[in-house]
Structures are given as structure tokens and as C-alpha cells.
Design a binder for this molecule. Structure first.
Ligand code: PLP
Length: 388
């Protein structure tokens, strides 16, 4: 089986993890702060908080921006369910913005139109969560401009996008957002097994992220309500969670960070080779890249022109799976999930997401994918769609 994505683990990674296992601290030692420093320095962010998943990072990010039952959160219609669930964890109302036909990210035109409508009906979102789908940065400048006009906060779901660049900024430096969130699940750009991180430049937000990650407990005297009873004293001042990352995971993260740039370079080589192969298959649309952005290329999504193709989307998908290619669809639009049916979303409000869902297939993309496997994938697709 050639999967659509997979991790790269080196001897150095294994040694880093074993060193923690042989040490005194499996958790709450030095590895987590070291990993946080490494990521915050890499991204040029002031603060970084490692947690046990990006899902947890999204949850505490919403809480840190005071999202609650009377609030509305918007995210991109085509994303992993976690981008939306974080709002529901806080009791907030969720709504979706349609995607752009070219980038598959949140469409700024749709966002603008939706904001104008929401402004009239008094239902503006408190937080908007753009998702850098496949590692391609969203139109952050435009979204940031709209956030000033309509007074919403921004959480970047950068689960796919550590190492990506937007104009002169690194994704995660929060130039155009309040918080950015990374995932370290094994299929993502770097891994800690399971894991996530939230970055921010805002001290107040940082304090809240830190509290919500660990039960809402503080040991900082300045944040306490009472005078300490003694040196053992701590206070719980919010209802937080145990979302901590272990040192075992963080040590793997530190070691993986050393290869982050080379992982992405390899992804770009693979990207170029696929693009060259698919040149002779006009029925296959290859991923669009913006000249002012550097994608981390988490995924390589092809689109089958369903009006012109002699093979259907599902047939092509099944054929590839039958031939041991672990293709996937990223993603089923979230409003289509049965759990979301109670919110009565109208599929026809999201025409580009619907189009995307009927045409997109993620084909294998990971640093160790070799040329012959790429050629094999291409030839299988060609055998189905033909050259016309
Ligand atoms: C993977 C992913 C998440 C969740 O990440 P976990 O670390 O698995 O919790 C959230 N959003 C997007 C877009 C993702 O791809």
C-alpha cells in the first residue's frame, strides 16, 4: 500500500525519544519548553503552547478568545471536523464560509458577502477560523482587513501548514491573526505521534492558553485571588483541562524540527514531478500555487473534470484503492456530517465546496515517496482517464 501521507522517523528521532524514557521526567520536564522554544523561534512567534493535539489547541484557543454560548464562530466549509467542533465545545454557534474555486481555502468574496449580511441581521461572528488547506496559506491580509472592519478575532487552523510562508511572514507568526494552531499527527508535516501547538504574540491570550491547558491552575502569585497558604499552594481560577503534551512526544518534535525545511523541500520536488506528469492529462486539474506564498504541501489534491471525464470520480477513487494506492478525500464538507444535520445547513449555499467534493482526490504525498511510486500512481490514473 502506498499511503496518501506518512511520517519520516530517523535514528536521531528514536534516540531523542529513548533519552527521555531513560530520564526522570516523562512529562513536565525540559523537552516541552524546548520544543515550544524551537517552534516559536522558527515561526517568529512570541509564545507557543504545546498540547496533546491540534483539536485541543483549537479548543483552548476558542476559550482564550472568550468564545461562549452566545457567540458565533465561522470556519471553512472544507476542512477536518475539528476546525468546527472547537466552537461547539464552547457552546457557540458554528457557520461555514464557502471555499475559493482555485485555492480551496476560505473564499474572501464569500466571506465579505456573508459578513455584510450578518452585519445587517446582527449575527456577526466573534471568531473566524481560516484553514490553510493542503499547506497553502489563505488570503490572510484580506481576512485581517475584514476582521478590523467587522471586529472579529482570527484563529488560523495551520494544522497542515507549519513551515509555510505567506508573503514576508511565516505561518504561525500571527502577523494577521490572534492565534495559529499546528497539528503533529503522523500524516502532517512533522510529528510527535499525537500533538499540537498554539502560537500567539498576545500576552493575555498566552496566559489563558497556559491556564486552559492545565486544569485552569496557576502557580503565579500575581494571578492568584488569595495569598498563598504556603509553598505547596496553587489556585484553580478557570475550568481547564489536561491537554498537556508529554516530554516523550516533545523530544520527538524537537528532533523532527531539525528536518522540517528539508521535508518541505522534498515535498516540493514531488509536487513538481507530479505537475510534469499530469501535463499530458488535461482532465486532471493539479493544485494551484500562488507566487507570493510558499506552501508546506501537506497534500497533493487532484481534481477530475467531471463534465469531461469518461471515468467517474468514485470509479477512479476505487480503482486507485484497488491497486493499493491509499488515496483519500480531504475533506467531506463539514456541513454534510450527520452530527451537523440538526443545524439545517443548505448544501446549495456552498456551491464550490460541493463541486470540490465531487471532484477532489488526495494522491500520495510525503517526503519519502520515491519517483517510481509517483510514476506508478500517475500511470494508474492515466490508464483510467486517458489523454483526451
Ligand atoms: C489534522 C487536523 C486537525 C486536528 O489535528 P489533531 O492533531 O489530529 O487533533 C484540525 N484541523 C485540520 C485542518 C487538520 O487537518
Amino acid at each position: 500500500m502506498i499511503p496518501y501521507g506518512r511520517q519520516n522517523i530517523s535514528d536521531d528521532d528514536i534516540k531523542a525519544v529513548c533519552d527521555v524514557l531513560k530520564s526522570d521526567c516523562l512529562t513536565q520536564g525540559n523537552a516541552v519548553p524546548e520544543f515550544e522554544n524551537k517552534v516559536s523561534q522558527y515561526c517568529n512567534a512570541k509564545f507557543a503552547f504545546a498540547v496533546n493535539s491540534a483539536t485541543s489547541a483549537l479548543h483552548i484557543s476558542c476559550l482564550a478568545l472568550d468564545v461562549g454560548p452566545n457567540d458565533i464562530v465561522w470556519t471553512s466549509a472544507v476542512s477536518f471536523v475539528a476546525s468546527a467542533n472547537c466552537a461547539l465545545y464552547c457552546g457557540a454557534t458554528i457557520d461555514f464560509v464557502d471555499i475559493d474555486a482555485k485555492t480551496y481555502n476560505m473564499c474572501v468574496k464569500s466571506l465579505k458577502a456573508k459578513l455584510e449580511q450578518a452585519s445587517e441581521s446582527g449575527k456577526l461572528p466573534k471568531v473566524v477560523i481560516p484553514v490553510h488547506l493542503t499547506g497553502q496559506p489563505c488570503d490572510m491580509e484580506e481576512i485581517f482587513e475584514l476582521s478590523k472592519k467587522y471586529k472579529f478575532k482570527i484563529i488560523e487552523d495551520a494544522s497542515h501548514a507549519i513551515g509555510a510562508k505567506y508573503k514576508n511572514t511565516k505561518i504561525g507568526d500571527c502577523t494577521y491573526s490572534d492565534i495559529a494552531v499546528f497539528s503533529f499527527h503522523p500524516v502532517k508535516i512533522i510529528t510527535t505521534g499525537e500533538g499540537g501547538m498554539a502560537t500567539t504574540n498576545n500576552k493575555g491570550i498566552a496566559n489563558k492558553l497556559s491556564l486552559y491547558r492545565t486544569h485552569g491552575i496557576t502557580r503565579d502569585e500575581n494571578a492568584m485571588h488569595n495569598n498563598p497558604d504556603g509553598p505547596w499552594y496553587y489556585e484553580q481560577i478557570k475550568l481547564g483541562f489536561n491537554y498537556r503534551m508529554t516530554d516523550i512526544q516533545a523530544a520527538l518534535g524537537v528532533s523532527q524540527m531539525n528536518r522540517l525545511d528539508s521535508f518541505i523541500e522534498k515535498r516540493h520536488e514531488i509536487f513538481k514531478r507530479y505537475n510534469e506528469y499530469f501535463q499530458d492529462l488535461p482532465i486532471i486539474k493539479t493544485p494551484w500555487q500562488s507566487s507570493d506564498r510558499y506552501s508546506s504541501l501537506h497534500l497533493y489534491v487532484i481534481r477530475l473534470n467531471k463534465n469531461k471525464s469518461k471515468v467517474s470520480h468514485i470509479k477512479l477513487f476505487n480503482y486507485l484503492r484497488d491497486n493499493n494506492i491509499g488515496v483519500n478525500i480531504h475533506y467531506i464538507p463539514i456541513y454534510r456530517q450527520p452530527f451537523y444535520s440538526k443545524f439545517n445547513f443548505n448544501f446549495s449555499d456552498f456551491p464550490e465546496s460541493e463541486n470540490y467534493y465531487s471532484e477532489a482526490i488526495s494522491i500520495p504525498m510525503y517526503p519519502d515517496l520515491d519517483k517510481s511510486s509517483q510514476e506508478f500512481v500517475y500511470k494508474l490514473i492515466k490508464s483510467q482517464v486517458g489523454t483526451s
